[in-house]
Write a protein that binds this ligand. Structure first.
Ligand code: HEM
Length: 296
């Protein structure tokens, strides 16, 4: 039976790092995937760090064609009718390293960079943290409408019998906030932008059509599981959107909706801007284990 990577559902860690890699010239598809599979195989249950491994969809399909879900890379920017743009910055490998503190996440990240050095170079690195447990840097609770943990596994996992069963689709997208503008708004205006109350995250009824929670309404677009964290420093900061789903459609449709392709542009995009965007196949743990070259 195909088994999802457990890190997708590992809750409660406060320190995060997102590492995206590009292939070095000459490295084969098989070598690249083999190296990241070997890295995943080294993660112990001691050491207090976890890792989620993502592979560019076309790369995964080239190496394991019979276990590839229907997913494509984030190769074209998402552009709304008014020109609002979410750029495409697809890389070959995406790693999400988590742990209970910065030191161990730093060590695990450094280890990953050197373990992959022969086949891939680090192209982008973002350090994140769980801000006040479950708030993003708008000050709102982020994750309220996530499925309960017991249901999340079925929301994120390609079902048995389908291509890529046990795998998942990850949208990794770094957003920068314009906090000066955002915090100049009064609370009621902020709540109308999100579509929820600020202290206790209660859904507004009714909520504006351009509220973020309306433009990403899961009853319309399908259910996803978000593991977003805060990133940055006082000068430049925002949200690392870390969204998992059993299929690409809901994530891609939400981006289109936020850009205003099927209705008003998401009000949140007046105060935040996407800097990156990549889709990754998050292969099942057992498939990665099979691909890891045997240790000497
Ligand atoms: C700057 C970036 C973002 C911020 C700060 C942000 C923040 C939030 C907040 C505060 C909520 C309301 C509470 C909750 O249900 O979690 C929310 C809801 C949601 N967001 Fe985002 N979000 C961002 C980007 C995105 C993106 C890129 C997507 C999808 C691709 C997305 C998908 C969702 C979904 C599905 C919901 C729940 C909607 C529902 O009520 O069904 N968000 N987000």
């Amino acid at each position: 039976m195909a088994v999802a990577q457990s890190g997708i559902l590992a809750l409660g860690t406060s320190s995060h790092a997102y590492l995206e890699f590009d292939r070095v010239a000459g490295a084969t598809d098989a070598a690249l995937v083999g190296a990241v599979a070997a890295l995943a195989a080294t993660v112990k249950t001691t050491g207090a760090t976890g890792i989620v491994v993502g592979v560019r969809p076309e790369l995964w399909a080239a190496v394991v064609p019979d276990q590839a879900p229907e997913v494509h890379g984030y190769d074209d920017a998402v552009v709304g009718p008014d020109g609002f743009t979410m750029p495409a910055t697809q890389h070959d490998l995406g790693l999400w390293v988590t742990g209970g503190g910065r030191s161990i996440v730093f060590d695990a990240s450094t280890h990953a960079v050197s373990a992959l050095a022969g086949v891939a170079t680090l192209a982008d690195e973002t350090v994140g943290w769980s801000h006040h447990h479950d708030r993003d840097l708008t000050g709102f609770e982020d994750g309220t409408e996530n499925p309960p943990a017991a249901q999340a596994v079925s929301v994120v996992t390609v079902p048995d019998g389908q291509p890529g069963a046990g795998g998942s689709v990850l949208l990794l997208q770094k957003w920068v906030h314009d906090s000066a503008q955002w915090y100049a708004l009064d609370r009621e205006t902020q709540e109308n932008v999100i579509g929820r109350t600020k202290p206790d995250s209660i859904e507004l009824d009714p909520k504006p059509d351009d509220a973020h929670a309306a433009r990403t309404d899961q009853d319309t677009y399908g259910h996803v599981f978000r593991r977003n964290t805060a990133w940055g420093d006082t000068a430049s900061h925002g949200t690392m959107f870390v969204g998992f789903c059993a299929e690409q459609g809901p994530l891609a449709e939400m981006l289109d909706a936020m850009a205003g392709k099927d209705g008003p542009r998401d009000a949140l995009t007046r105060y935040t801007r996407a800097l990156t965007g990549s889709y990754y196949v998050v292969p099942p743990a057992d498939a990665l284990a099979r691909l890891a070259p045997a240790a000497d």
